[in-house]
Design a protein around this ligand. Structure first.
Ligand code: FAD
Ligand code: DHB
Length: 409
Protein backbone atom coordinates (compact mmCIF):
# COMPACT_ATOMS: atom_id res chain seq x y z
CA UNK A 1 0.00 0.00 0.00
CA UNK A 2 1.23 3.55 -0.66
CA UNK A 3 2.51 5.63 2.24
CA UNK A 4 -0.21 7.97 3.38
CA UNK A 5 0.50 11.70 3.51
CA UNK A 6 -2.00 14.50 3.54
CA UNK A 7 -0.28 17.81 3.16
CA UNK A 8 -1.75 21.04 1.90
CA UNK A 9 0.56 24.04 1.42
CA UNK A 10 0.33 26.36 4.38
CA UNK A 11 -0.45 23.56 6.84
CA UNK A 12 2.09 21.68 8.94
CA UNK A 13 3.44 18.33 7.77
CA UNK A 14 6.21 17.21 5.47
CA UNK A 15 5.34 16.03 1.97
CA UNK A 16 7.07 12.86 0.79
CA UNK A 17 10.47 13.24 -0.83
CA UNK A 18 9.83 10.31 -3.14
CA UNK A 19 6.79 8.92 -4.90
CA UNK A 20 6.07 6.61 -7.82
CA UNK A 21 4.27 9.16 -10.03
CA UNK A 22 4.74 12.93 -9.67
CA UNK A 23 1.66 14.63 -11.13
CA UNK A 24 1.95 18.29 -12.16
CA UNK A 25 -1.46 20.01 -12.03
CA UNK A 26 -4.74 19.34 -10.18
CA UNK A 27 -7.10 19.84 -13.11
CA UNK A 28 -9.36 17.03 -14.35
CA UNK A 29 -6.36 15.15 -15.85
CA UNK A 30 -4.19 15.23 -12.72
CA UNK A 31 -7.00 14.45 -10.27
CA UNK A 32 -8.50 11.58 -12.28
CA UNK A 33 -5.00 10.12 -12.70
CA UNK A 34 -4.29 10.24 -8.95
CA UNK A 35 -7.57 8.39 -8.26
CA UNK A 36 -7.04 5.80 -11.01
CA UNK A 37 -3.51 5.06 -9.74
CA UNK A 38 -4.62 4.90 -6.10
CA UNK A 39 -7.15 2.22 -7.06
CA UNK A 40 -4.23 0.13 -8.36
CA UNK A 41 -2.11 0.75 -5.25
CA UNK A 42 0.22 3.16 -7.07
CA UNK A 43 1.46 6.20 -5.11
CA UNK A 44 1.36 9.72 -6.49
CA UNK A 45 1.84 13.30 -5.34
CA UNK A 46 0.07 16.20 -7.06
CA UNK A 47 1.84 19.57 -7.31
CA UNK A 48 -0.62 22.39 -8.11
CA UNK A 49 0.31 26.05 -8.57
CA UNK A 50 -3.09 27.51 -7.59
CA UNK A 51 -4.96 27.38 -4.30
CA UNK A 52 -7.71 24.86 -3.59
CA UNK A 53 -10.28 27.70 -3.58
CA UNK A 54 -9.09 28.88 -7.02
CA UNK A 55 -9.27 25.49 -8.72
CA UNK A 56 -12.67 24.80 -7.16
CA UNK A 57 -14.01 28.20 -8.24
CA UNK A 58 -12.81 28.42 -11.87
CA UNK A 59 -15.77 28.24 -14.27
CA UNK A 60 -15.06 26.10 -17.33
CA UNK A 61 -16.64 23.18 -19.16
CA UNK A 62 -20.00 21.59 -18.47
CA UNK A 63 -20.69 18.44 -20.50
CA UNK A 64 -19.51 14.93 -19.55
CA UNK A 65 -19.41 12.06 -22.02
CA UNK A 66 -21.35 8.94 -20.99
CA UNK A 67 -18.23 6.84 -20.29
CA UNK A 68 -16.83 9.58 -18.00
CA UNK A 69 -20.09 9.50 -16.03
CA UNK A 70 -19.82 5.70 -15.84
CA UNK A 71 -16.15 5.94 -14.76
CA UNK A 72 -16.98 8.41 -11.97
CA UNK A 73 -19.69 6.06 -10.75
CA UNK A 74 -17.37 3.00 -10.96
CA UNK A 75 -14.79 4.89 -8.89
CA UNK A 76 -17.39 5.74 -6.24
CA UNK A 77 -17.06 9.45 -7.08
CA UNK A 78 -20.40 10.00 -8.80
CA UNK A 79 -22.81 10.46 -5.88
CA UNK A 80 -23.25 14.24 -6.05
CA UNK A 81 -23.12 14.20 -9.88
CA UNK A 82 -26.04 11.75 -9.98
CA UNK A 83 -28.04 13.93 -7.55
CA UNK A 84 -27.21 17.38 -8.93
CA UNK A 85 -26.24 16.79 -12.58
CA UNK A 86 -28.63 17.31 -15.48
CA UNK A 87 -29.28 14.38 -17.77
CA UNK A 88 -30.63 15.17 -21.25
CA UNK A 89 -31.55 12.71 -23.94
CA UNK A 90 -30.44 15.08 -26.69
CA UNK A 91 -29.58 18.59 -27.87
CA UNK A 92 -31.30 21.13 -30.10
CA UNK A 93 -29.66 22.60 -33.20
CA UNK A 94 -31.23 25.91 -34.20
CA UNK A 95 -30.69 27.71 -37.53
CA UNK A 96 -32.87 29.77 -39.86
CA UNK A 97 -34.91 30.31 -36.62
CA UNK A 98 -36.01 26.66 -36.69
CA UNK A 99 -35.28 24.08 -33.99
CA UNK A 100 -34.14 20.52 -34.69
CA UNK A 101 -33.94 17.95 -31.91
CA UNK A 102 -31.07 15.46 -32.05
CA UNK A 103 -32.10 12.53 -29.90
CA UNK A 104 -28.70 11.27 -28.76
CA UNK A 105 -30.08 8.50 -26.55
CA UNK A 106 -32.20 7.05 -29.34
CA UNK A 107 -29.34 7.30 -31.88
CA UNK A 108 -26.65 5.79 -29.63
CA UNK A 109 -28.41 2.99 -27.77
CA UNK A 110 -29.20 5.01 -24.66
CA UNK A 111 -26.17 7.27 -24.10
CA UNK A 112 -27.16 10.61 -22.58
CA UNK A 113 -25.82 14.17 -22.35
CA UNK A 114 -24.75 14.94 -18.77
CA UNK A 115 -24.33 18.56 -17.70
CA UNK A 116 -22.27 18.75 -14.50
CA UNK A 117 -19.83 21.66 -14.21
CA UNK A 118 -16.09 21.03 -14.29
CA UNK A 119 -15.50 22.82 -10.97
CA UNK A 120 -18.03 20.48 -9.32
CA UNK A 121 -16.07 17.49 -10.68
CA UNK A 122 -12.90 19.11 -9.29
CA UNK A 123 -14.52 19.61 -5.87
CA UNK A 124 -15.64 15.97 -5.74
CA UNK A 125 -12.22 14.64 -6.79
CA UNK A 126 -10.19 16.87 -4.45
CA UNK A 127 -12.24 16.04 -1.38
CA UNK A 128 -12.24 12.29 -2.13
CA UNK A 129 -8.48 12.32 -2.75
CA UNK A 130 -7.76 14.07 0.55
CA UNK A 131 -10.16 11.71 2.36
CA UNK A 132 -8.19 8.79 0.87
CA UNK A 133 -5.04 10.28 2.46
CA UNK A 134 -3.61 11.44 -0.88
CA UNK A 135 -1.11 14.29 -1.18
CA UNK A 136 -2.01 17.44 -3.09
CA UNK A 137 0.38 20.36 -2.62
CA UNK A 138 -1.53 23.55 -3.51
CA UNK A 139 0.11 26.91 -4.24
CA UNK A 140 3.51 25.56 -5.30
CA UNK A 141 5.72 27.64 -7.62
CA UNK A 142 8.82 27.35 -9.76
CA UNK A 143 8.09 23.73 -10.82
CA UNK A 144 11.05 22.31 -12.80
CA UNK A 145 11.42 18.85 -14.34
CA UNK A 146 14.83 17.13 -14.28
CA UNK A 147 16.42 13.85 -15.47
CA UNK A 148 13.46 12.77 -17.57
CA UNK A 149 15.74 10.66 -19.79
CA UNK A 150 16.84 8.33 -17.00
CA UNK A 151 14.94 6.03 -14.64
CA UNK A 152 14.94 8.47 -11.69
CA UNK A 153 13.34 11.79 -12.67
CA UNK A 154 13.20 14.63 -10.14
CA UNK A 155 10.74 17.51 -9.83
CA UNK A 156 11.85 20.67 -8.07
CA UNK A 157 9.43 23.25 -6.68
CA UNK A 158 8.86 25.81 -3.93
CA UNK A 159 6.04 25.44 -1.45
CA UNK A 160 6.01 29.21 -0.90
CA UNK A 161 7.21 31.80 -3.46
CA UNK A 162 10.09 32.86 -1.17
CA UNK A 163 10.64 29.34 0.24
CA UNK A 164 13.53 26.98 -0.56
CA UNK A 165 13.62 24.75 -3.65
CA UNK A 166 12.44 21.28 -2.61
CA UNK A 167 12.81 18.06 -4.56
CA UNK A 168 10.43 15.19 -5.26
CA UNK A 169 12.08 12.03 -6.62
CA UNK A 170 9.89 9.71 -8.66
CA UNK A 171 9.75 6.96 -11.31
CA UNK A 172 7.49 8.84 -13.73
CA UNK A 173 6.23 12.39 -14.26
CA UNK A 174 2.66 13.05 -15.48
CA UNK A 175 2.44 16.54 -17.01
CA UNK A 176 -1.20 17.47 -16.40
CA UNK A 177 -0.50 21.19 -16.10
CA UNK A 178 -2.69 22.63 -18.84
CA UNK A 179 -1.72 24.58 -21.96
CA UNK A 180 0.66 27.04 -20.23
CA UNK A 181 2.41 24.64 -17.82
CA UNK A 182 6.10 23.63 -17.86
CA UNK A 183 5.62 19.99 -18.96
CA UNK A 184 5.12 20.30 -22.73
CA UNK A 185 8.18 22.59 -23.10
CA UNK A 186 10.19 19.89 -21.26
CA UNK A 187 9.87 17.74 -24.43
CA UNK A 188 12.80 19.02 -26.55
CA UNK A 189 11.46 21.29 -29.31
CA UNK A 190 13.33 19.29 -31.96
CA UNK A 191 11.50 16.12 -30.89
CA UNK A 192 7.93 17.42 -31.03
CA UNK A 193 5.60 18.65 -33.77
CA UNK A 194 2.81 21.07 -32.91
CA UNK A 195 -0.32 21.42 -35.07
CA UNK A 196 -2.53 24.47 -34.54
CA UNK A 197 -5.48 26.56 -35.74
CA UNK A 198 -6.31 29.85 -33.98
CA UNK A 199 -9.92 30.85 -34.65
CA UNK A 200 -10.85 34.48 -35.40
CA UNK A 201 -13.59 34.32 -32.75
CA UNK A 202 -14.02 33.51 -29.07
CA UNK A 203 -16.84 32.85 -26.60
CA UNK A 204 -18.33 35.29 -24.16
CA UNK A 205 -19.70 33.11 -21.34
CA UNK A 206 -22.12 34.16 -18.60
CA UNK A 207 -23.68 32.64 -15.51
CA UNK A 208 -27.11 34.02 -14.72
CA UNK A 209 -29.53 33.51 -11.86
CA UNK A 210 -32.49 32.52 -14.02
CA UNK A 211 -34.78 29.53 -14.41
CA UNK A 212 -34.15 27.10 -17.32
CA UNK A 213 -35.50 28.35 -20.65
CA UNK A 214 -35.41 24.97 -22.39
CA UNK A 215 -35.19 21.32 -21.28
CA UNK A 216 -31.95 20.71 -23.24
CA UNK A 217 -28.89 22.53 -24.67
CA UNK A 218 -29.49 24.75 -27.73
CA UNK A 219 -26.64 25.29 -30.23
CA UNK A 220 -27.67 28.17 -32.52
CA UNK A 221 -26.19 29.33 -35.81
CA UNK A 222 -27.38 32.90 -36.53
CA UNK A 223 -26.22 35.47 -39.06
CA UNK A 224 -24.91 37.60 -36.15
CA UNK A 225 -22.90 34.63 -34.86
CA UNK A 226 -23.13 31.49 -32.72
CA UNK A 227 -24.99 31.27 -29.38
CA UNK A 228 -25.35 28.41 -26.87
CA UNK A 229 -27.83 27.87 -24.08
CA UNK A 230 -26.74 25.50 -21.31
CA UNK A 231 -27.64 25.01 -17.68
CA UNK A 232 -26.09 24.55 -14.25
CA UNK A 233 -29.02 24.11 -11.84
CA UNK A 234 -32.74 24.94 -11.61
CA UNK A 235 -31.66 28.44 -10.52
CA UNK A 236 -28.48 29.06 -12.58
CA UNK A 237 -28.04 29.00 -16.37
CA UNK A 238 -24.88 29.11 -18.51
CA UNK A 239 -24.95 30.89 -21.89
CA UNK A 240 -22.34 31.68 -24.52
CA UNK A 241 -22.07 34.14 -27.44
CA UNK A 242 -19.58 34.17 -30.31
CA UNK A 243 -17.55 37.41 -30.03
CA UNK A 244 -14.25 38.86 -31.22
CA UNK A 245 -11.61 37.12 -29.02
CA UNK A 246 -9.81 40.46 -28.57
CA UNK A 247 -12.98 42.23 -27.41
CA UNK A 248 -12.98 43.66 -23.88
CA UNK A 249 -15.65 42.30 -21.54
CA UNK A 250 -16.12 45.90 -20.36
CA UNK A 251 -17.77 46.58 -23.76
CA UNK A 252 -20.51 44.08 -22.91
CA UNK A 253 -23.14 45.53 -20.59
CA UNK A 254 -25.72 43.06 -19.27
CA UNK A 255 -28.35 44.70 -21.51
CA UNK A 256 -26.18 44.25 -24.59
CA UNK A 257 -25.53 40.57 -23.74
CA UNK A 258 -29.26 39.84 -23.28
CA UNK A 259 -30.22 41.69 -26.49
CA UNK A 260 -27.68 39.66 -28.47
CA UNK A 261 -28.73 36.36 -26.86
CA UNK A 262 -32.41 37.07 -27.60
CA UNK A 263 -31.65 37.84 -31.23
CA UNK A 264 -29.40 34.86 -31.88
CA UNK A 265 -31.46 32.28 -29.99
CA UNK A 266 -34.94 33.32 -31.16
CA UNK A 267 -37.02 30.83 -33.12
CA UNK A 268 -40.07 31.36 -35.24
CA UNK A 269 -42.40 29.50 -32.86
CA UNK A 270 -42.25 32.26 -30.24
CA UNK A 271 -39.93 30.50 -27.76
CA UNK A 272 -38.55 32.97 -25.22
CA UNK A 273 -35.31 33.17 -23.29
CA UNK A 274 -35.71 33.76 -19.56
CA UNK A 275 -33.49 36.48 -18.11
CA UNK A 276 -31.99 36.98 -14.67
CA UNK A 277 -29.11 38.86 -13.00
CA UNK A 278 -25.72 38.05 -14.56
CA UNK A 279 -23.16 37.25 -11.82
CA UNK A 280 -20.17 36.04 -13.83
CA UNK A 281 -18.93 36.90 -17.33
CA UNK A 282 -15.72 36.50 -19.34
CA UNK A 283 -14.29 36.01 -22.85
CA UNK A 284 -12.17 33.01 -23.93
CA UNK A 285 -10.19 32.65 -27.16
CA UNK A 286 -10.48 29.47 -29.21
CA UNK A 287 -7.86 27.22 -30.75
CA UNK A 288 -7.26 23.70 -31.98
CA UNK A 289 -3.84 22.37 -30.95
CA UNK A 290 -2.07 19.00 -30.86
CA UNK A 291 1.45 18.14 -29.68
CA UNK A 292 2.97 14.92 -31.09
CA UNK A 293 4.46 12.97 -29.35
CA UNK A 294 3.00 13.34 -25.85
CA UNK A 295 5.95 11.73 -24.10
CA UNK A 296 9.67 12.06 -23.61
CA UNK A 297 11.65 9.55 -21.54
CA UNK A 298 9.76 9.17 -18.25
CA UNK A 299 7.54 12.26 -18.88
CA UNK A 300 3.96 11.75 -20.14
CA UNK A 301 1.80 14.80 -20.89
CA UNK A 302 -2.00 14.63 -20.74
CA UNK A 303 -5.07 16.83 -21.28
CA UNK A 304 -4.70 20.50 -22.21
CA UNK A 305 -0.91 20.21 -21.76
CA UNK A 306 -0.92 18.13 -24.95
CA UNK A 307 -3.94 19.33 -26.92
CA UNK A 308 -6.67 21.97 -27.05
CA UNK A 309 -10.07 21.76 -28.73
CA UNK A 310 -12.46 24.65 -29.35
CA UNK A 311 -15.31 24.17 -26.84
CA UNK A 312 -18.15 23.69 -29.36
CA UNK A 313 -18.00 19.89 -29.19
CA UNK A 314 -17.69 19.91 -25.35
CA UNK A 315 -14.69 17.58 -25.60
CA UNK A 316 -11.86 19.28 -23.61
CA UNK A 317 -12.45 17.80 -20.17
CA UNK A 318 -13.47 14.40 -21.57
CA UNK A 319 -10.31 14.12 -23.65
CA UNK A 320 -8.18 14.91 -20.59
CA UNK A 321 -9.81 12.00 -18.73
CA UNK A 322 -9.32 9.67 -21.74
CA UNK A 323 -5.56 10.39 -21.79
CA UNK A 324 -5.07 9.60 -18.11
CA UNK A 325 -7.14 6.43 -18.34
CA UNK A 326 -4.69 5.21 -21.01
CA UNK A 327 -1.74 6.37 -18.87
CA UNK A 328 -3.06 4.72 -15.71
CA UNK A 329 -3.45 1.38 -17.55
CA UNK A 330 0.11 1.61 -18.90
CA UNK A 331 1.53 2.52 -15.47
CA UNK A 332 -0.44 -0.30 -13.85
CA UNK A 333 1.04 -2.81 -16.34
CA UNK A 334 4.51 -1.39 -15.61
CA UNK A 335 4.21 -1.71 -11.83
CA UNK A 336 2.45 -5.10 -11.92
CA UNK A 337 4.61 -6.89 -14.52
CA UNK A 338 7.47 -4.57 -15.44
CA UNK A 339 6.30 -4.22 -19.05
CA UNK A 340 6.93 -0.87 -20.76
CA UNK A 341 4.87 -1.73 -23.86
CA UNK A 342 1.84 0.36 -22.84
CA UNK A 343 4.02 3.28 -21.79
CA UNK A 344 5.93 3.17 -25.08
CA UNK A 345 2.63 3.26 -26.99
CA UNK A 346 1.01 5.93 -24.73
CA UNK A 347 1.25 8.79 -27.21
CA UNK A 348 0.18 6.79 -30.25
CA UNK A 349 -2.79 5.26 -28.38
CA UNK A 350 -4.01 8.66 -27.14
CA UNK A 351 -3.49 10.48 -30.43
CA UNK A 352 -5.92 8.20 -32.31
CA UNK A 353 -8.77 9.39 -30.07
CA UNK A 354 -7.45 12.96 -29.86
CA UNK A 355 -7.44 13.50 -33.63
CA UNK A 356 -11.04 12.25 -33.85
CA UNK A 357 -12.06 14.69 -31.11
CA UNK A 358 -10.09 17.46 -32.86
CA UNK A 359 -11.93 16.67 -36.09
CA UNK A 360 -15.34 16.69 -34.39
CA UNK A 361 -14.66 19.91 -32.44
CA UNK A 362 -13.42 21.65 -35.59
CA UNK A 363 -16.48 20.39 -37.52
CA UNK A 364 -18.97 21.62 -34.89
CA UNK A 365 -17.11 24.93 -34.60
CA UNK A 366 -16.90 25.69 -38.32
CA UNK A 367 -20.49 24.54 -38.93
CA UNK A 368 -22.04 26.61 -36.15
CA UNK A 369 -19.98 29.83 -36.11
CA UNK A 370 -19.86 32.73 -38.57
CA UNK A 371 -16.26 33.20 -39.66
CA UNK A 372 -15.68 36.71 -41.08
CA UNK A 373 -12.66 35.40 -43.04
CA UNK A 374 -14.57 32.70 -44.89
CA UNK A 375 -15.94 33.21 -48.39
CA UNK A 376 -19.72 33.32 -48.93
CA UNK A 377 -19.30 29.93 -50.63
CA UNK A 378 -17.77 28.37 -47.50
CA UNK A 379 -20.47 29.90 -45.31
CA UNK A 380 -23.20 28.38 -47.50
CA UNK A 381 -21.49 24.99 -47.30
CA UNK A 382 -21.76 25.12 -43.48
CA UNK A 383 -25.49 25.85 -43.74
CA UNK A 384 -25.85 22.93 -46.14
CA UNK A 385 -24.00 20.78 -43.60
CA UNK A 386 -26.51 21.79 -40.88
CA UNK A 387 -29.44 21.12 -43.20
CA UNK A 388 -27.92 17.70 -44.03
CA UNK A 389 -27.21 16.72 -40.45
CA UNK A 390 -30.76 17.37 -39.23
CA UNK A 391 -32.39 15.52 -42.13
CA UNK A 392 -30.12 12.50 -42.59
CA UNK A 393 -30.28 9.78 -39.95
CA UNK A 394 -26.76 8.66 -40.94
CA UNK A 395 -25.29 12.16 -40.44
CA UNK A 396 -27.26 12.67 -37.22
CA UNK A 397 -26.00 9.34 -35.87
CA UNK A 398 -22.41 10.33 -36.67
CA UNK A 399 -22.87 13.61 -34.79
CA UNK A 400 -24.55 11.86 -31.86
CA UNK A 401 -21.94 9.12 -31.40
CA UNK A 402 -19.13 11.68 -31.37
CA UNK A 403 -20.99 14.05 -29.03
CA UNK A 404 -21.78 11.42 -26.37
CA UNK A 405 -18.21 10.10 -26.72
CA UNK A 406 -16.65 7.45 -28.94
CA UNK A 407 -16.12 4.15 -27.10
CA UNK A 408 -12.98 3.94 -24.94
CA UNK A 409 -10.94 1.00 -26.23
P1 FAD B 1 -6.47 22.18 -16.66
O1 FAD B 1 -7.88 22.10 -16.24
O2 FAD B 1 -5.98 23.43 -17.30
O3 FAD B 1 -5.60 21.88 -15.36
C1 FAD B 1 -4.22 22.13 -15.30
C2 FAD B 1 -3.84 22.44 -13.86
O4 FAD B 1 -2.41 22.60 -13.82
C3 FAD B 1 -4.45 23.75 -13.37
O5 FAD B 1 -5.11 23.56 -12.15
C4 FAD B 1 -3.24 24.68 -13.26
O6 FAD B 1 -3.38 25.63 -12.20
C5 FAD B 1 -2.11 23.70 -13.01
N1 FAD B 1 -0.81 24.25 -13.40
C6 FAD B 1 -0.50 25.02 -14.46
N2 FAD B 1 0.80 25.35 -14.45
C7 FAD B 1 1.33 24.75 -13.36
C8 FAD B 1 2.64 24.73 -12.80
N3 FAD B 1 3.66 25.42 -13.36
N4 FAD B 1 2.84 24.03 -11.67
C9 FAD B 1 1.83 23.34 -11.08
N5 FAD B 1 0.55 23.34 -11.56
C10 FAD B 1 0.33 24.03 -12.69
N6 FAD B 1 -14.00 22.79 -22.47
C11 FAD B 1 -15.24 22.47 -22.82
O7 FAD B 1 -15.45 21.33 -23.26
N7 FAD B 1 -16.27 23.38 -22.69
C12 FAD B 1 -16.05 24.66 -22.19
O8 FAD B 1 -16.97 25.45 -22.07
C13 FAD B 1 -14.76 25.00 -21.80
N8 FAD B 1 -14.50 26.23 -21.29
C14 FAD B 1 -13.21 26.55 -20.96
C15 FAD B 1 -12.90 27.82 -20.46
C16 FAD B 1 -11.58 28.18 -20.16
C17 FAD B 1 -11.27 29.58 -19.63
C18 FAD B 1 -10.55 27.24 -20.38
C19 FAD B 1 -9.09 27.63 -20.08
C20 FAD B 1 -10.86 25.96 -20.83
C21 FAD B 1 -12.18 25.61 -21.14
N9 FAD B 1 -12.51 24.33 -21.62
C22 FAD B 1 -13.75 24.02 -21.97
C23 FAD B 1 -11.56 23.28 -21.72
C24 FAD B 1 -11.56 22.37 -20.50
O9 FAD B 1 -11.90 23.10 -19.35
C25 FAD B 1 -10.18 21.76 -20.43
O10 FAD B 1 -10.01 20.95 -21.58
C26 FAD B 1 -9.87 20.95 -19.17
O11 FAD B 1 -9.79 21.81 -18.06
C27 FAD B 1 -8.55 20.21 -19.34
O12 FAD B 1 -8.16 19.64 -18.12
P2 FAD B 1 -6.63 19.51 -17.75
O13 FAD B 1 -6.60 18.83 -16.42
O14 FAD B 1 -5.88 18.93 -18.87
O15 FAD B 1 -6.08 21.00 -17.63
C1 DHB C 1 -21.11 23.84 -22.07
C2 DHB C 1 -19.88 24.04 -22.63
C3 DHB C 1 -19.64 23.60 -23.90
O1 DHB C 1 -18.45 23.77 -24.46
C4 DHB C 1 -20.64 22.96 -24.63
O2 DHB C 1 -20.38 22.54 -25.89
C5 DHB C 1 -21.86 22.75 -24.04
C6 DHB C 1 -22.11 23.19 -22.75
C7 DHB C 1 -21.35 24.33 -20.68
O3 DHB C 1 -20.46 25.00 -20.14
O4 DHB C 1 -22.42 24.06 -20.12
Amino acid sequence: MPTIHQTVAGTPGRPPERTQVAIIGAGPAGLFLAHLLHRQGIESVILESRSRAEIEGTIRAGVLEQWVVDLMNDMGLGGRMMREGHFHSGITLRFDRESHHIDMAELTGGKRVTVYAQHEVIRDLVSARLEDGGTILFGVSDVQLHDLDGTAPRVRFRRAPDGPLEELRCDHVAGCDGFHGPSRPAIPAADRTEYQIVYPFGWLGILTEAPPSHPELIYANHERGFALLSTRSPEVQRLYLQVDPKDDIANWSDDRIWAELHTRLEDKDGWTLKEGPIFQKGIIAMRSFVCDPMQHGRLFIAGDAAHIVPPTGAKGLNLAVADVLVLSRALTAFYKSGTTEGLNRYSATCLRRIWKAERFSWYMTTMLHRNPHETPFEQRVHLADLDYVVHSRAAMTALAENYVGLPME
